[in-house]
Design a protein around this ligand. Structure first.
Ligand code: NI
Length: 169
């Protein structure tokens, strides 16, 4: 989902001649760091809290987003979810279906707002262990996501960048 960004980054590097540039010692410099090193985490979507999902879908459509997957009810988490896309960027609109939903408190705090970036990972358990060892805290346990073909997801918190989601590839 981030191809557009990647291509733009490569174009910039080529124009500025950073790739394979010769240094004074004659040694070739490594290419500028873009996405070339680590493909372990691939951006899948940006999660977006909204109070009223139908209103939000209509407003995003006015901005040029298209619905990629109609609104579904995730009964595990008590939320409505709708996926929309624009320019290769996928957003996930999330609204609470009931007061007891885990996102009910989040929406009181954040209002209508982006609140997590979701990354696809090949090995969910391995990546969860790696990030936990690096200081992330899992805030739930891996569980199937009905809106994503029942692939497993898990949410983690980081003290410096907030919430992320991992999605099993
Ligand atoms: Ni998400």
């Amino acid at each position: 989902m981030n191809r557009t960004t990647d291509n733009a980054a490569y174009t910039t590097n080529n124009l500025t001649g950073h790739e394979g540039h010769e240094t004074e010692t004659g040694k070739s410099m490594p290419p500028a760091e873009t996405d070339s090193g680590n493909h372990t985490l691939a951006v899948h979507h940006i999660g977006y809290l909204v109070r009223k999902i139908e209103k939000a879908v209509a407003e995003f459509q006015h901005l040029g987003y298209t619905v990629r997957q109609d609104t579904v009810l995730d009964t595990i988490r008590g939320i409505h979810i709708c996926f929309m896309e624009k320019d290769g960027y996928m957003i996930e609109l999330v609204s609470p279906a009931a007061n007891g939903s885990p996102v009910s408190n989040l929406i009181k705090r954040y209002k209508n707002s982006p609140y997590h970036i979701c990354y696809t990972v090949k090995d969910l358990d391995k990546e969860l262990a790696r990030l936990t060892a690096e200081g992330y805290t899992a805030i739930d346990t891996p569980a199937p996501a009905p809106a994503l073909g029942s692939r497993r997801v898990v949410f983690l918190m980081n003290p410096f960048l907030g919430m992320i989601e991992l999605l099993e590839a």
